[in-house]
Design a protein around this ligand. Sequence first.
Ligand SMILES: Cc1cc2nc3c(=O)[nH]c(=O)nc-3n(C[C@H](O)[C@H](O)[C@H](O)COP(=O)(O)OP(=O)(O)OC[C@H]3O[C@@H](n4cnc5c(N)ncnc54)[C@H](O)[C@@H]3O)c2cc1C
Length: 339
Amino acid sequence: MNTVETNIALAGLTSFGIAAKAQQLMRVDSVADVLQVLKAAEADAVPLTVLGGGSNVLCTHDVRGMVMKIEIMGRRIVAEDDATVTVEFGAGESWHDVVAWTVENGWGGLENLALIPGTVGAAPMQNIGAYGTEQASCAVSVTYVDRRTHTMHTLDADACAFGYRESVFKHALRDVAIITSVRYRLQRHPTVNTTYADVRNELQVRGVAAPTIRDVFDAVVAIRTRKLPDPAVIGNAGSFFKNPVVDAETYTRLRSANADMPAYPQADGTYKLAAAWLIDQCGWKGHRDGDAGVHVNQALVLVNYGGATGRQILELSKRIVASVHDAFGVTLEREVNVW
Ligand SMILES: Cc1cc2nc3c(=O)[nH]c(=O)nc-3n(C[C@H](O)[C@H](O)[C@H](O)COP(=O)(O)OP(=O)(O)OC[C@H]3O[C@@H](n4cnc5c(N)ncnc54)[C@H](O)[C@@H]3O)c2cc1C
């Protein structure tokens, strides 16, 4: 295990690039390390915070106590048959590298989730999703260390309560589970998912009539590179807010006043609205308060132009929530984790 690093700048370890520090930081690359750091934090009676790739956190202050940075690697086939391959990935593996590797092997299921920043261990937390799929569609199980008891547990995907940017790890197991590995079942003879219009259009432009998983992967990478701000260039954490889901009555009321409002009917009779559209209607796209801003092309993405503090970004986000609520009566929920 690596030694304790003290007074560590988190700007380079988080995609928002906010100037905050961790009092102590330890990198862990095995379950044994996780248990050792847990014990040390308990012995010193300091708070413990878990960090993956830092692409979904906003630091509003220095982090007291110990930050445990998950760097557990590993890709291991644990089961296979004629149709499927089940692979266990260490929680510290880069999500995008894992997706690229599955595509290289010809195993389908994760290709629509290309280029999502971060680690495998964080993927089940908010059940990452994009371009018509979610990691839940391939997840088999999640293994974690329980911080209270220092014991290992494996939850089958059914028990993870995966939903739209939701899982048990954001609720009953929040601040309890330190995820150490995740298993995904991949398809040897995949059918591609082109339900998302952007993906279909990109394939059409590329002249691909019968797409493979490689074609879908390449299309998603191209779309995302074009559309999303690169955190290496401008600090951000992707979508700051979740798309709100409203009941049919609210949808009907809003739709009658806004004929062009995008809305996606859900299986349970509710409607998912586009948070970006609501924010844009309130005039926030491209808004800038000092170095805290709303991206010029993506109203859902809050950005740090360099010197913003986490508090400034958080304040801006609260003003956006209030204005969307005033205009539409809809409350936006944060997707980003605020520290
Ligand atoms: C440009 C950009 C685009 C994005 N696009 C998408 C997208 O399309 N879809 C999407 O769903 N998300 C997207 N995101 C958000 C982000 O990439 C995901 O949420 C990702 O899963 C975060 O991974 P991470 O390792 O960086 O997590 P971190 O930011 O390090 O952590 C996020 C949360 O998970 C906890 N955590 C991290 N690792 C573990 C672990 N091993 N065990 C327990 N808790 C843990 C942390 O404590 C924190 O609360 C985007 C972000 C950016 C910057």
